[in-house]
Design a protein around this ligand. Structure first.
Ligand SMILES: Nc1nc2c(c(=O)[nH]1)N[C@H]1C(S)=C(S)[C@@H](COP(=O)(O)O)O[C@H]1N2
Ligand SMILES: [Mo]
Length: 263
């Protein structure tokens, strides 16, 4: 298995190189991207990332991230970024062990809804042992348990205009002159409906600890660590994220990171 990733990377590297030279040569291979009404096109304009095209086209929408065995879990999930949100609202939830927590789901959906932790825990669950890769250069293998995001989306009914899922978080990662800046992230509906995309409330057979995003964080296993929003307050279905934050689809994306962080 360990040879799979490097060879896939080489493959993607070669594919990316040839894709860009084809694009420069005006080859018709990527012509569908030029169609005005092509649904993929606008996404690509926003993502502006060759990785996105190459992964979606060559690997398809359904490939699974590698899963590991119990024996490959070597230590706890290393906490990174915000590890204990400072707002009073979060402190109150934490102090009551999240009994009053409700995940709000709204935006371009037929039935805006909210879910308590018990309701989420009573939905069909998925457990997966995966590797978390942070851009800072560390990785951790951990076991995540949660409800597939797809089941939530089906329950609220995603409207046809919806293109992205936005995750809004409780942590004020930045306090600036102009106010608090809250962490947020987003993904497209392909990643949102992927079988390994879960709203996790469990880590290594325990309740998700505060430092790793209690009470709920998303796992989008084919992407880098910063996509995996912790401390999720609400989920919003949108057609564009141009008027959220600075318009790039995430806290780190607003500061220069790629929106499509495929690995
Ligand atoms: N709400 C929120 N989510 C977040 C972050 C954060 O600071 N706030 N950091 C991100 C980054 S960069 C990483 S690597 C992972 C870290 O998750 P962990 O603390 O469970 O290891 O969370 C991601 N999700
Ligand atoms: Mo990260």
């Amino acid at each position: 298995m360990s040879t799979f990733k490097p060879s896939r990377r080489r493959f993607l590297g070669a594919a990316a190189a040839s894709a860009s030279s084809l694009a420069l040569a005006g080859c018709s291979q990527f012509d569908f991207l030029g169609q005005r009404d092509n649904a993929v096109r606008d996404t690509l304009e926003q993502a502006n990332s060759l990785t996105y095209r190459v992964q979606r086209m060559l690997l398809g929408e359904d490939w699974l991230a590698r899963e590991f065995s119990e024996s490959e879990i070597r230590q706890g999930q290393r906490p990174n970024g915000s590890t204990n949100p400072r707002t009073e609202e979060y402190a109150a939830l934490r102090d009551s062990n999240f009994a009053d927590y409700r995940l709000e789901v709204g935006g371009l959906v037929d039935n805006p809804s909210s879910f308590s932790l018990d309701e989420l825990r009573n939905m069909p669950a998925r457990t997966q042992i995966t590797r978390h890769d942070c851009v800072e250069g560390w990785s951790c293998i951990a076991k995540w348990t949660g409800v597939p995001l797809r089941l939530i989306l089906d329950q609220v009914g995603v409207r046809p205009e919806a293109r992205y899922v936005v995750f809004r978080c409780y942590d004020d990662i930045e306090r600036s002159m102009s106010g608090l800046v809250f962490y947020y992230e987003s993904c497209d509906l392909v990643d949102a409906r992927h079988p390994q995309t879960i709203l996790a409330y469990g880590l290594n057979d325990q309740a998700l600890p505060v430092q790793n995003g209690a009470p709920l964080r998303v796992r989008i296993e084919r992407q880098l660590g910063y996509k995996m929003a912790k401390f999720i307050r609400s989920i919003e279905l949108v057609s564009s994220f141009s008027d959220i934050g600075r318009g790039n689809g995430g806290y780190w994306e607003d500061r220069g990171y790629e929106w499509y962080a495929g690995i």
